[in-house]
Write a new protein. Structure first.
Length: 205
């Protein structure tokens, strides 16, 4: 059985939480494609050329706990504007998306570029202020010293780069179901996502 669930949206909208829960619910494999760009970004912070880094990426790169940091996120967003870097990462993502047993991929361009034929597409979003507040709480809980204003600035800069780039900019696919998590708990967002996917699975849309 081949069934791809594409989940796109901006940083800190709750995509990761929804994607993991959806994958568990359906028993599908899950790929957080942001990790690929973060791993390339991390290598560039160590002085590597972005394309060479993308071509040399190995599964171990994705296990680095340092990939969650803010500096790596910014580096990821910067390497993600490079068409050659994106092209180097396409094959792996497409192979994962169409692998036997069902797959959930979350990112920025899954429903539009990586897997336009995905059987179910979601666009998970929330207002920049709410996303910044969630990211701030997460960072504060980890003991990172940062202000709310700095986090909001970072969220807005990343949005501008991810949505404004020429190659595969972040946008909702025409046939994506929009889930705005601004006013939703993680459990409610997950329920909405599962309901939307079930509708596609049973062929009602
Ligand atoms: O989802 P994330 O915050 O881990 O993603 C980090 C960066 O990687 C993001 O700012 C843009 C880029 N990215 C992308 O361009 N395309 C994807 N499919 C996933 C991430």
């Amino acid at each position: 059985m081949i069934f791809t669930i594409a989940i796109d949206g901006p940083a800190a909208a709750g995509k990761g939480t929804v994607s993991r829960a959806v994958a568990e619910h359906f028993g599908f494999r899950h790929l957080d494609t942001g990790l690929l760009y973060r791993a390339v970004g991390a290598r560039t912070l160590r002085g590597e050329d972005p394309l060479a880094a993308a071509e040399a990426l190995s599964p171990e790169d994705l296990l680095d706990p340092g990939l969650r940091g803010q500096d790596v996120a910014a580096a990821a967003s910067r390497v993600a504007v490079l068409p050659a870097v994106r092209a180097a990462l396409v094959g792996f993502q497409r192979g994962f998306a169409r692998s036997e047993g069902g797959a959930v991929l979350d990112g920025r361009d899954i429903g539009t570029v990586i897997c336009p034929e995905a059987e179910a597409k979601l666009y998970v979003t929330a207002s920049p202020e709410i996303r910044a507040e969630r990211r701030f709480a997460e960072l504060a809980a980890r003991g990172v010293e940062v202000t709310r204003a700095e986090v909001l600035e970072d969220v807005l800069a990343r949005d501008a780069r991810d949505m404004g780039r020429a190659e595969a900019p972040l946008c909702a696919a025409e046939d994506a179901v929009l889930i705005d998590t601004s006013e939703l708990s993680a459990a409610d967002a997950t329920r909405a996502a599962i309901a939307a996917i079930e509708t596609r699975r049973t062929g009602r849309v």
